[in-house]
Design a protein around this ligand. Structure first.
Ligand code: CO
Length: 281
């Protein structure tokens, strides 16, 4: 057993996306700060409607998946396939852009808090042109596991805890992603398995927590070195953090806005297809 330690910290940078939604972007703020197979991680969180009300009107994607986790708030997803999904407190939307999707994500609230995360998960070359797909995952369909010191919402992947194997809401993706929302008890300590060889990070969004002796930075991608487990401890108010890990793809990444492919030629093709109305054909 090898403990993973903190290797790199990528602070979330304040920026805006969509029609003017304020976000903190850690992974993906620059091409040099991706974490294969993850391309981008945005945190959104505000009690001021001006920060989110403009939403994300109709826009395209090709070549990867988006995973949106709503901690608190209400957003409506609509896409060219006719899918319509309400994303509410604790729910997850798992969207496979594949060869092409055109969708919108618009707030369904005019006041109050909206907060959550959007993660971009890359697809290997062999799957980039797969059919688009979309799945709404209700909060009650996300397994919740209690261990000493922590509660775990297992959005994706499998975890063996106290000898029992637990399966998340999403499994069977080729990069075997692990996506867990961890709630540490006040002064709690928990040791959790993370598959060796996976790239992994922790994103602290509430309270204080340490990995071993190393304090985690809030609203930042705390990138981990290799190993097969992590030992976390929380401060007196407890902590909430995301554990995100996946098997690296190891292929070239060429990104142009919402298109993520392996070569420049494929990006140019995506732009032509979009201009000709054939992105989703
Ligand atoms: Co989108």
């Amino acid at each position: 057993m090898t403990e993973r330690t903190l290797k790199q910290v990528i602070p979330g940078a304040e920026t805006s996306d969509g029609a003017g939604v304020r976000i903190k972007r850690s992974l993906g703020q620059h091409p040099s700060v991706r974490l294969d197979p993850f391309l981008m991680l945005d945190e959104f969180g505000s009690a001021d409607a001006a920060d989110y009300i403009a939403g994300f009107p109709s826009h395209p994607h090709r070549g990867f998946e988006t995973v949106t986790y709503m901690i608190e708030g209400h957003m409506l997803h609509e896409d060219h396939l006719g899918n319509r999904g309400e994303l509410r407190n604790g729910g997850v939307q798992w969207m496979t852009a594949g060869r092409g999707i055109i969708h919108s994500e618009m707030p369904q609230q005019e006041e109050g808090v909206m907060r959550g995360f959007q993660l971009w998960l890359n697809l290997p070359a062999a799957e980039k042109m797969t059919d688009a797909g979309y799945r709404d995952i209700q909060p009650e369909d996300i397994p919740e596991i209690t261990v000493t010191g922590a509660r775990i919402k297992l959005i994706a992947g499998t975890m063996t805890l106290d000898g029992a194997s637990h399966q998340g809401a999403v499994v069977g993706r080729s990069t075997d992603p692990l996506y867990a929302d961890l709630q540490l008890d006040p002064d709690g300590q928990a040791t959790l398995p993370v598959p060796a060889g996976h790239n992994a990070m922790l994103y602290l969004y509430e309270g204080d927590a340490s990995l071993g002796e190393q304090a985690l930075r809030r609203s930042a991608a705390n990138v981990l070195g290799d190993g097969d487990r992590i030992t976390l401890s929380a401060g007196t108010n407890g902590a909430r953090l995301l554990l995100i890990a996946g098997r690296p793809i190891g292929e070239p990444v060429v990104q142009y806005g919402p298109f993520v492919m392996n070569t420049r030629e494929e990006i140019e093709q995506a732009l032509r297809d979009y201009q000709n109305g054939r992105l989703t054909a």
